[in-house]
Structures are given as C-alpha cells and as structure tokens.
Ligand binder design. Structure first.
Ligand SMILES: [Zn+2]
Ligand SMILES: [Zn+2]
Ligand SMILES: [Zn+2]
Length: 179
C-alpha cells in the first residue's frame, strides 16, 4: 500500500514537472496560483517586505534544506536568467549569507535546471554540501556578481578558499546537498 502510494506520488511529480512548461500563473489573479507548481508564488505573495526571503523546504524528506527566493514574480517559469543582474546578485548574496549561518564553511547552494524544476517561482536550494560530490565541471569566481546565468543549465555553488566554485552543465543539482 505504501509502495503504491509512493508510485502515485512520483506520477504526480512527473505530471507537475511536465505541466510547468505551460505555467500561466499571474499574481494579479490569485486563482491561477492554486496550481501545485505555483505554491512558492503563494509564499512570495505572503511576504510583507520586498527583497529576498527564506523558507524551510516543506518536504519532510528534506529536513535540512532551506530555500532562498526573490519576493518578486516573473512571468511563467521565473527563470533565474530572467532576473536583472542586480536582482540575481542580491539573491545569491543573501543565499550565501544565510547558508553560511546554517552550515559554516560546509554550505552549498543549488539551482536546478529548467528541465527538472517542479516549482515555477525562482528558488535556490540551501544546504550542507555532501562530501565527494566535486566534479571538474566548474569555474572559479570571486563573488556572487560573477556567477553566470546560463539559460538551460542548473548551477551549484560552494566555497573554495576565499573564492567560489560554480558548477555548471547539469540539470538536477540539489542532490549535492544533504537532504
Ligand atoms: Zn506558476
Ligand atoms: Zn512567482
Ligand atoms: Zn567544486
């Protein structure tokens, strides 16, 4: 019984991942935010002050995860590359500060690629970087303003001395973080 429930949940996820491609949420029309993939838009609407806000991941399977999100909306899929450079830098800067507060020098940030994102509203996963996840597919930058915003890739970031490693070229990135 539990097993079939799990399979059912997976199907739902697959459906929502597919339907996100045509997300038509519009914050001016609250009824359009009721779709499952728009629940983070509803959270953004609850924010009283503008700017970056943080949420604990609502999944009971990810008890150590947090999210960093801009309070503002973008049309449809809210892609990271559609934010202005200033907004993107503010988002990464706030996420790094919060992740450091949570995990010290073991912090990691992950933005899933457009093919696997299941929530439309822009969000960066924050968590503790798992050991042994290092790959060769990274660039080294000095700070958040230099983190690129490729259109079709996920991004994960972690500290490397006083610089940052920015890993590119993957879709599912949040798996480098402890659940
Ligand atoms: Zn939406
Ligand atoms: Zn939104
Ligand atoms: Zn690295």
């Amino acid at each position: 019984m539990y097993a079939s429930g799990a399979v059912g949940a997976l199907c739902l996820l697959a459906v929502s991942a597919f339907s996100q491609a045509v997300c038509e949420c519009n914050p001016a029309d609250p009824a359009t935010l009721e779709a499952r993939q728009c629940s983070l838009c509803t959270e953004a609407e609850k924010q009283v002050s503008r700017g970056v806000f943080f949420l604990k991941d609502s999944s009971p399977r990810k008890p150590n995860r947090w999210l960093a999100l801009p309070s503002g909306h973008l049309p449809g899929q809210h892609h990271l590359h559609e934010l202005s450079a200033h907004e993107r830098t503010a988002l990464w800067t706030a996420a790094i500060a919060k992740a450091k507060e949570l995990w010290g020098e073991e912090w990691g940030l992950a933005y899933n690629g457009p093919k696997v994102r299941t929530q439309c509203h822009t969000h960066i996963h924050m968590g503790k970087l798992l050991r042994m996840v290092e790959t060769r597919n990274f660039i080294t930058v000095s700070g958040p303003a230099q983190i690129p915003a490729p259109e079709n890739e996920g991004i994960w970031v972690h500290p490397a001395g006083n610089k940052l490693h920015v890993h590119l070229g993957e879709q599912t990135t949040e798996t480098v973080l402890m659940r």
